[in-house]
Ligand binder design. Structure first.
Ligand code: 6R9
Length: 646
């Protein structure tokens, strides 16, 4: 392993930072030793409440029960919009940058208010009430943010489904949450190509009889098929509505949104987040981790279909009255200089992206950096997967010209906001380390028996004690929430990640300890991909593992056993790859499919994935014991016919 350099906080950054090392220590200690007092103070500092809470927190990890700011009343949009109007109605809330570099738009807080209220009134007119679920299947256009906020305005619960998901995946999610309204666009635009969103919605809702309304934004103006009565255009619905809509008074624990994420078993689960605690977590972390000062331009490149888009494009920044940039396109269109061009164009100060994007851009060569100055940049961030030190150094030296600290933020859909991260004015940086716990986060490393490990050591990453933006339930299946997060190590929240703590108390995430892949920062269960494969007529059995991939972090490697009567061919393999993409979405398209006459199984019939992982990674010398297999000879065939990634 090559030597990892430590980067101290630059002196001029430290001088102006919101939190320096001393303050971090002091606030962190307070947050762990007196959590109720700490969080009560922060909840008053960061948010406006309609009515105060009677109790700061109630928690029972054995039952997966967590409640924050009990009996407190609040509305998220009053915090994200209305309260900023008095002083800064004309300040920019959202900068929208189109896929086409000549298209952009600034939306002020006043305009945001008006748009959100009009849609909120439109939703009401279509019969949406407090507590109803609304599915949002949108490209990265301002209306996606309006839709989320319009739901929050009236107390409806949104479920954003990433626009890259297939009609089937969309249908499953609409059904699971029993959404009766879907908000979409005719088409999305990414890298100059159209994405057929409304056509996908048509296919999905044909199987969802409870959907009574589909609201469609005209993004490209494409000629799209209508669904008859249930269809209404966004403009037709909104333009005649009043620009005022009283915000619904919500209980702190009323649901705000559902967001589906993959686990190691079964179908994706709907992670449920509630109102007061979630918003506080998003706001405080956005403020301190990005060292955000009023007037600064902040850009997170995530899609609103993921938790990062929820917490760090929409809710956190807007709660803080920030200017948040929303980008419709991709980092490589028209070419690999796009992000840097956008940074210059909008004078972006804070830039937050995924390691996979950085690796892809780095691979294209440094010439794409020469057409921009990036002088406005002050702070950089990463999220979604571990960043390898090479990519970190490139980001730091080339993109940030060695001037900007990098915050490597660890968190999950379930944690709602960042839990392990550097604070840029407080911590020296070690490339590849997510660094230290954020306020209120109490990480522990556990051995397989659930004992807490001390000192510099590796183990299973878990958390002790509740934090405000924590998952409240799995929608419609609370038992699954208990089983997934609170059962492996009773009394703790289990992350499913492994981590190492070094002698300075820095955390290094080593990856998932379960059957979950992280492909280009997207979380995917191997079980989902296996189900998509065995749905195909030709496939008898499938086993899916990850392998190290230079750009994506992990690639998808599938072993497939065929039904009798089918023959392995290049065409069949390509067909299966596209079948999976069609079934789940392009992000799940397998990189490699190997034909396997047999899979390595234990005598009880369990597939030994450990062996499959080693073969996929071409680590044959550490294959381990294969003698317990029912038929050890299958391994030889898999080795002889393994596909070595290019
Ligand atoms: C925010 C988000 C969560 C999983 C998580 C972990 C991986 C996220 C990371 C990281 C190393 C980081 N992960 N951030 N691994 N360093 N800074 O990505 O949520 O899509 O739910 O994925 O992503 O494995 O458990 P989500």
């Amino acid at each position: 392993m090559h030597e990892i350099s430590t980067h101290p906080v630059p002196e001029d950054f430290k001088a102006n930072a919101l939190v320096n090392d001393e303050l971090y220590q002091q606030m962190y200690r307070a947050s762990i030793e007196q959590p109720e007092q700490f969080w009560a103070e922060q909840a008053n500092k960061f948010l406006d409440w309609r009515k105060p809470w009677t109790k700061v927190v109630e928690q029972d990890f054995h039952q997966g029960q967590v409640a924050w700011f009990v009996d407190g009343k609040i509305n998220v949009t009053e915090n994200c919009i209305d309260r900023h109007l008095a002083d800064r109605a004309n300040d920019t809330a959202i900068i929208w940058e189109g896929d086409n570099p000549n298209e952009s738009q600034n939306i002020s807080y006043q305009q945001l208010h008006d748009k959100v209220c009009q849609l909120a009134n439109g939703l009401k007119q279509r019969g949406v009430n407090k507590g109803d679920r609304v599915c949002i299947y949108m490209p990265m256009i301002p209306e996606a943010a309006y839709a989320m906020l319009a739901c929050a305005r009236i107390g409806a619960v949104h479920s954003v489904v990433f626009g890259g998901f297939s009609p089937d995946a969309l249908k499953d999610r609409i059904e699971n949450a029993d959404c009766q309204v879907v908000i979409t666009a005719d088409e999305g635009l990414r890298g100059g190509k159209a994405v057929p969103l409304k056509a996908n919605v048509n296919i999905a809702v044909a199987q969802c009889p409870n959907v009574h309304t589909v609201i469609t934004v005209e993004r490209t103006g494409a000629d799209i098929a209508s669904n008859g009565d249930i269809d209404i255009s966004y403009n037709a619905l909104c333009e005649t509505q009043s620009r005022r809509c009283d915000a619904e008074e919500m209980d702190s624990e009323d649901p705000l949104f559902i967001l589906y994420t993959s686990g190691s078993t079964g179908k994706p689960k709907g992670v449920l987040h509630t109102t007061g605690g979630y918003l506080l977590g998003a706001a405080i972390s956005h403020k301190y981790i990005f060292d955000y000062n009023p007037g600064e331009i902040y850009w997170c490149t995530a899609d609103v279909g993921w938790i990062t888009g929820h917490s760090y494009i929409v809710y956190g920044p807007l709660a803080n009255g920030a200017t948040t940039l929303m980008f419709e396109g991709v980092p490589t269109y028209p070419d690999a200089s796009r992000c840097w061009q956008v940074i210059d164009k909008h004078q972006v100060n804070i830039f937050y992206t995924a390691p996979t994007a950085l690796r892809a851009l780095m691979a294209q060569g440094d010439q794409y950096l020469t057409t921009s100055s990036r002088q406005s940049l002050r702070l950089l961030g990463t999220v979604g997967e571990p960043i390898n030190p090479e990519a970190w150094e490139w980001y730091h030296q080339e993109v940030g010209q060695s001037r900007c600290p990098i915050v490597d933020t660890w968190w999950q859909t379930e944690t709602g906001s960042v839990l392990i991260t550097p604070l840029p004015g407080a911590n020296s940086l070690k490339p590849g380390s997510a660094t230290r716990p954020f306020f209120g986060a109490n990480p522990v490393l556990l051995d397989p028996d659930g004992n807490e490990l001390e000192g510099a050591v590796s183990g299973n990453l878990a958390f002790k004690g509740a934090w405000p933006s924590q998952i409240r339930s799995v929608y419609g299946d609370h038992q699954r929430c208990i089983d997934t997060y609170y059962t492996t190590y009773p009394g703790y929240y289990t992350t499913g990640d492994g981590a190492r703590r070094d002698e300075d108390g820095y955390y290094w995430i080593t990856g998932r300890v379960d059957d979950v892949l992280n492909v280009s920062g997207h979380r995917m269960g191997t079980a989902e991909i296996e189900s998509a494969l065995v749905l195909q007529d030709a496939v008898a059995e499938a086993a899916v593992v990850g392998y190290p991939h230079d750009v994506k972090g992990q690639g998808i490697y599938c072993y497939v056993t065929l039904m009798t009567g089918y023959e392995w061919s290049e065409e069949l393999m390509q067909q299966l790859r596209s079948d999976v993409a069609k079934e789940i979405g392009a992000i799940a398209r397998p990189d490699i499919i190997q034909f396997a006459p047999g899979l390595p199984k234990t005598r009880s019939g369990k597939i030994m994935r450990r062996i499959l992982r080693k073969i996929a990674a071409d680590e044959l010398d550490t294959l381990g014991d294969t003698s317990t297999l029912a038929d050890p000879t299958v391994v030889d065939d898999l080795i002889d016919n393994r596909v070595i990634p290019k």
